[in-house]
Design a protein around this ligand. Structure first.
Ligand SMILES: Nc1nc2c(ncn2[C@@H]2O[C@H](COP(=O)(O)OP(=O)(O)OP(=O)(O)O)[C@@H](O)[C@H]2O)c(=O)[nH]1
Ligand SMILES: [Mg+2]
Length: 461
């Protein structure tokens, strides 16, 4: 072995230990925003997508330096593993279907190998590695974080302010009547269960009939491993009932504090501390479909989330976990449900939705970018001739009917629309089934290469 080879070998050994780097990527979004689809696609792209034509804006692939990614086997055996293979199976079956909504947290670690672009590292190391850690969880759990800033009374008051809004009022009245006729001295198991069931029923009704986004506590809808835990017998008492120091109020306050201490804090400490990078996914199109109230509530929910993630000494996460996120990607998901020339408007709409929360947050200190993307493409884009004119369109398979459709789904407003616009022009963006694709090809996407470049590009130099 020559002295040069010897140095190279020594350096490689040292380099593998000292330079192997680690990145924890947080994928954030409300239920249905597309987190599971995003992680599945990201893993698929990084393990199969080394073809430059498939990821044209991902520099490490474009420059031929990407050596591939594989699922790491260093994951603690006690951690639930992200069901990547099962998700791919759903997407590749005939007909292709979407993976189901997530019911618990799970993690996946990836090892990415690449050749360094330049500098001393490229001379002494044949290859470099980056460890990527990804976590998935039900979106419903994200909205628990703001509860840490409230006590039970404040939370109950907040809930009833929310329930007074026109799109929720009628549904909430039944539960309000039930509470009004409740004996506040009765803290029996049966009473607590009966009222919790009624509250859970209300949350389901809100979600299905009123297209709402804010549902707390999240574990009531998606309990995960906590199904049956006594502290999940939790619902907001009426504002008038909060003024009397009743046994029921005391019991519910106790459940609330246990929920904050034993569920919310550990969950966020485990999953949101030490995040290096973050993706915030927002499904703007479904909210537009659901109407003015839904858009407003989406904005409110995003505001609450961003407030919770606000960094610096004043923020709750800052105080608890000292996060160090230095790059945030804001992404309007499912962009393949509209024609490509609408993507700009979709990005502007997303920026408008997030404008207030971002202004008041410390996200300003992190590098951020906004884009419209589709993690897993469900349509192909093209043009049709109509009245002698070429018009943009998309083609795909309708999720509900299974029918093939070719359509122009409509324009995306570049600004937050007002009620008048919704009255004049209801939005009807379609929901489509994933495109059929063969196993060994990377999943079709829209701008995942841009997302990968923004999130990982500098770490793969
Ligand atoms: N067209 C299209 N639809 C998508 C895409 N990603 C997600 N969807 C649709 O959105 C639904 C929800 O996506 P998920 O990835 O399960 O959302 P999630 O954020 O993980 O939701 P929870 O697990 O409930 O928190 C899917 O079932 C699809 O119908 C995409 O890239 N393109
Ligand atoms: Mg999910």
């Amino acid at each position: 072995m020559s002295w040069l080879e010897s140095i190279q070998y020594q350096s490689q050994q040292w380099g593998q230990r000292a330079l192997d780097r680690h990145l924890r990527l947080g994928v954030t979004g409300l239920s249905g925003a597309g987190k599971t689809a995003f992680i599945t696609s990201l893993v698929h792209q990084l393990t199969l997508g080394d073809q430059p034509e498939h990821l044209p804006f991902f520099a490490v692939v474009q420059q031929g330096r990407y050596l591939g990614g594989r699922l790491a086997n260093n994951q603690p055996l006690a951690f639930p593993r992200f069901p990547y293979e099962q998700n791919v199976q759903y997407l590749q079956q005939q007909p292709a279907t979407w993976p189901p909504s997530t019911a618990g947290w799970s993690q996946l670690n990836l090892t990415l190998r690449y050749k360094s672009a330049a500098g001393w590292r490229s001379k002494i190391q044949q290859r470099s590695e980056l460890q990527l850690e990804l976590v998935d969880y039900p979106g419903e759990w994200l909205l628990d974080l703001p509860m840490l800033q409230q006590d039970y009374q404040q939370w109950s008051t907040f809930c009833w302010t929310l329930f007074e809004q026109p799109h929720r009022q009628a549904e909430a009245q039944v539960f309000a009547d039930l509470l009004a006729n409740t004996d506040l001295n009765d803290v029996s198991e049966l009473q607590l269960q009966r009222l919790t069931d009624a509250y859970l029923n209300l949350l389901h009704t809100f979600r299905e009939n009123a297209a709402t986004f804010l549902h707390q506590p999240g574990r009531l809808l998606v309990p995960g491993e906590l199904a049956g835990a006594p502290m999940l017998k939790l619902f907001p008492l009426l504002p008038a009932q909060l003024k009397q120091d009743s046994p029921l109020l005391q019991q519910l306050s106790e459940h609330y504090h246990s929920y904050c201490d034993y569920v919310i804090k550990p969950f966020y400490r485990q999953h949101f501390s030490r995040l290096d990078r973050q993706v915030v996914l927002v499904d703007c199109l479904s909210a537009l479909n659901a109407g003015f109230a839904a858009i407003q509530e989406l904005q409110q929910a995003l505001g609450l989330i961003m407030q919770s993630f606000r960094y610096g000494p004043a923020s709750i996460l800052g105080r608890l976990f000292k996060p160090q996120i230095n790059k945030v990607l804001f992404a309007a998901s499912k962009a393949d449900h509209v024609t490509p020339e609408q993507h700009k408007a979709l990005t502007l709409l997303l920026q408008q939705l997030l404008q207030q929360p971002i202004k008041h947050s410390h996200y300003a200190s992190a590098k951020s970018e906004a884009m419209a993307l589709a993690a897993i493409r469900a349509s192909s884009a093209g043009f049709v001739q109509h009245a002698g004119q070429k018009s943009p369109c998309i083609s795909g398979v309708e999720l509900d009917s299974g029918n093939k459709v070719t359509l122009f789904p409509g324009e995306v407003p570049a600004k937050l629309p007002d009620t008048a616009l919704f009255n004049r022009h209801p939005f009807q963006f379609p929901a489509l089934a994933p495109l059929q694709h063969s196993g060994q090809q990377p999943m079709p996407h829209v701008r995942m290469d841009h997302a990968l470049e923004f999130l990982l590009g500098d770490k793969l130099q």
